[in-house]
Design a protein around this ligand. Structure first.
Ligand code: GAR
Length: 209
C-alpha cells in the first residue's frame, strides 16, 4: 500500500473521505499523516481523533515562503510519502517543492478546470450562467489549480442556485471523486508524464463516474 500525506487548510471533509476510503481493505493506500498551514484547521482535530498523525506549519512562524516549505519538506522526509493529496490546502507550492515530489502531488478543485481556478469558484460559475459545474482532481504543477486532469465529475447548476447550494452539490461529488482518483494514482493506472496524463486504458474508460 502506498503512503499518503494529506494537506489541508480547513474543515477537511475531503481528507475524511480519503481516510474513509483508505479504511477499506482493498484500498491501495494508507493516510499516514495530515499537514495543515493553519493550527486551528477543523480537519486537524478530526484527523487526530482518528489516530492519524497531524502537523501544522503556520506561515507566519517562518521568515519566508522558502523557510516554511523547507520545514514541511523536512517533516515529509521522515514520513516518506509516495503520494501527497492537497485537499483544500489554500497555498501555492513552489517549483522546488513540486519538483521534490514530481508527479506525486494531486489536488482537488471544485470546478471543471481549466474553468474557474482559484477563489470564489462557485460564484464565478453562477455569474457566468453555467448550466454545468463540477470538480476536478489533477496532478499539481506550478500554476494554481493547473496540471493534467486525472478525473472530473459534472453536476448541474440549477436555476436559483446560491453559492452554498452549488458548493454542497459539488462537494458530494468531490467526496467520491477524490478517493477514486487516489486509487487510480496509487495503482499506477494514471500517471503524469511530460506534463500530461497517461492512462492505462486496460479496462479503463474516460468516464469514471
Ligand atoms: C473543497 O471544496 C476543495 O475542492 C476546495 O476547498 C474545499 C475544501 O473543503 N479546494 C480549492 O478551492 C483549491 N483551490 P474540505 O476542507 O471540506 O475538504
Amino acid at each position: 500500500r502506498k503512503r499518503v500525506v494529506v494537506f489541508i487548510s480547513g474543515g477537511g471533509s475531503n481528507m475524511l473521505a480519503l481516510v474513509k476510503a483508505a479504511g477499506e481493505p482493498d484500498f491501495p493506500a494508507d493516510i499516514v499523516a495530515v499537514i495543515s498551514d493553519k493550527a486551528d484547521a477543523g480537519g486537524l482535530a478530526k484527523a487526530a481523533a482518528l489516530g492519524i498523525a497531524t502537523f501544522s506549519f503556520v506561515r507566519k512562524d517562518y521568515a519566508s515562503k522558502d523557510a516554511h516549505e523547507a520545514a514541511i519538506l523536512s517533516t515529509l522526509e521522515s514520513l516518506s510519502p509516495d503520494i501527497i493529496c492537497l485537499a483544500g490546502y489554500m497555498r501555492l507550492l513552489s517549483a522546488t517543492f513540486i519538483n521534490a515530489y514530481e508527479g506525486r502531488i494531486i489536488n482537488i478543485h471544485p470546478s471543471l478546470l481549466p474553468l474557474f481556478p482559484g477563489l470564489h469558484t462557485h460564484q464565478r460559475a453562477i455569474d457566468a450562467g453555467m448550466t454545468q459545474a463540477g470538480c476536478t482532481v489533477h496532478f499539481v504543477t506550478e500554476g494554481m489549480d493547473e496540471g493534467p486532469v486525472i478525473l472530473q465529475t459534472a453536476v448541474p447548476v440549477l436555476p436559483g442556485d446560491t453559492v452554498d447550494d452549488l458548493a454542497a452539490r459539488v462537494l458530494v461529488e468531490e467526496h467520491k471523486a477524490y478517493p477514486k482518483a487516489l486509487r487510480l494514482v496509487a495503482e499506477g493506472k494514471v500517471r503524469m508524464n511530460g506534463g500530461r496524463t497517461l492512462r492505462d486504458e486496460g479496462g479503463l474508460t474516460r468516464d469514471l463516474s
